[in-house]
Design a protein around this ligand. Structure first.
Ligand SMILES: *Cc1c(COP(=O)(O)O)cnc(C)c1O
Length: 469
């Protein structure tokens, strides 16, 4: 099992040939899920006392399992947030897997951590953060948001204790509840972070713009009781909301947060990729004032799952919150850059390496151009919608998410249309719900998604889908 023998050599050729074939497909078939019963009938029991052997296990994956997984990098996969990894990034993911690198500490993974930090540096520079900024690649935006908020609360708690000690104020009690403030369009992962941390969420109304502003933060914060205000430890801005791709008023929020001594975290899991695009950079004015930010390279920065870049203005504060202490960890020098010091988690895959490799191979200019490409396709799609009288835009897209209605359709008709697109292998476009209304939504990240693709999908909406069964 652990020796490289003839059988392993055969398996290596087969696995590499499979990977190569998958990379060559342009596009790979969209595919679709199967029910547990269908999969049981086709794949049967795969874990057996004697093993299936490499050829059979790979055949099962190729012919049954892989075909029951939607290809998230298909150019007409426009649901949720699609994936669009570069070939170089995917190839290097194979290398990372083969290399048994422990990415949690400098002692064990120095070379990998150095390279990951260069990729983080590129993002921190684009964001306008100081040279001392830094962080870690975590599995996704959910863990990134949670880790940043844990660091923010830790910092607030430490400052409070320090103030109490300074004042020799033994009566100083912690606030009854900790909380953070965010806008209405904040991602669901923030409610999850609040549940995990057992803190409250103060949701500031977005008004008609759909954006969380400095004025809304001031009104929400100043309207709290004194004890509630004492428990607010952070403000979360969204830079590219998942539903509409809207960017909050970062400068206004940074100023209002700064005046109130609050940590500003920017959730840019999807949208912050657009800081790489010169045409969109101005939308992120004020980002340079953030205390922490996240962006997922597995969304719009062309890396495979799973990678979220989590960056802190002052990594020392994050280290104080996240470093694990134990006798068996003592050897990890506290002066070293240990990625596990900056987030929830200890052992880690060097998951930033595929992103780094692709950046190193192609250069940052190619990234700027690839992000611009999705913005151009989005603009073309907007024109296509405006040219079709039965379609109506819901708001003007700010980044690369387009939300629109098909006049006259019921929710069931949207769902029947979406199901049919997937069944036909044409596209994967799920409806969304906003203010109780079912709508169509495209999220565009891939440079392989062209105006021809969006037009093809829009044309399937012209005819009535007929009675829904
Ligand atoms: C996708 C997304 C997240 C969650 O990121 P995961 O990588 O899926 O955990 C958080 N915030 C926003 C704005 C997102 O779009």
């Amino acid at each position: 099992m652990h020796r490289y023998d003839d059988q392993t050599a055969e398996l290596a050729s087969a696995v590499i040939a499979y990977a190569q074939e998958r990379l060559r497909l342009d596009p790979a078939p969209l595919d679709a899920p199967l029910s547990p019963a269908e999969l049981a009938a086709r794949a049967g029991e795969t874990v057996t006392p004697d093993g299936l052997g490499g050829a059979e296990a790979l055949r099962l994956f190729d012919e049954v399992l892989a075909r029951a997984c939607i290809s998230t990098d298909h150019p007409r996969y426009l649901s949720f947030i699609p994936a669009a990894p570069t070939r170089a990034a995917v190839l290097f993911d194979l290398v990372v897997g083969a290399s048994s690198i422990y990415g949690g500490s400098w002692l064990e993974g120095a070379g990998a951590v150095y390279a990951e930090n260069q990729a983080l540096r590129w993002l921190a520079d684009l964001a306008g953060l100081p040279r001392s900024a830094g962080g870690v690649f975590v599995p996704g935006g959910t863990v990134g948001n949670l880790s940043a908020l844990v660091a923010a609360r830790h910092t607030a708690r430490a400052r409070r204790s320090a103030r109490a000690a300074e004042a020799a104020d033994s009566t100083s009690v912690p606030p009854a509840r900790w909380s953070f403030v965010c806008g209405e369009e904040a991602h669901s992962s923030l409610a999850e972070a609040a549940r995990v941390m057992d803190v409250d969420v103060v949701v500031a109304p977005s008004g008609t713009s759909g954006r969380f502003t400095g004025a809304a933060l001031a009104a929400a914060f100043d309207g709290l009781t004194g004890d509630q205000r004492a428990g607010v430890f952070a403000v979360v801005a969204t830079a590219g909301s998942t539903q509409f791709g809207l960017v909050d008023d970062l400068r206004g929020l940074a100023e209002a947060a700064g005046e109130r001594g609050l940590w500003l975290h920017v959730d840019g899991a999807y949208g912050l990729a657009a800081i790489a695009a010169p045409s969109a950079r101005a939308r992120f004015d004020g980002l340079e004032l953030a205390d922490s930010l996240i962006v997922d390279p597995h969304k719009w920065l062309f890396a495979p799952f799973d990678a979220c870049a989590l960056i802190y203005r002052d990594p020392v504060l994050a280290r104080a919150a996240h470093t694990q202490q134990a006798g068996y960890l003592d050897v990890l020098g506290s002066g070293d850059w240990n990625p596990s010091d900056f987030a929830v988690g200890l052992s880690r895959r060097a998951r930033g390496l595929p992103f780094w490799f692709s950046l190193a191979v192609h250069g940052t200019r190619a990234y700027a151009e690839a992000v611009e490409s999705a913005l151009r396709t989005t603009a073309a799609c907007v024109d296509q919608i405006r040219a079709r009288p039965c379609l109506e835009l819901v708001g003007a897209p700010e980044l690369s998410v387009v939300v629109f209605r098909r006049l006259g359709w019921t929710p069931a008709q949207y769902h029947a249309w979406s199901d049919r697109l997937l069944r036909d292998g044409l596209a994967f476009v799920t409806p969304t719900v906003h203010d109780g209304e079912t709508l169509a939504r495209f999220a565009i990240v891939s440079p392989r998604t062209t105006p021809k693709d969006t037009e093809l999908i829009l044309d399937t909406m012209l005819a009535d889908p007929g009675p829904v069964t």
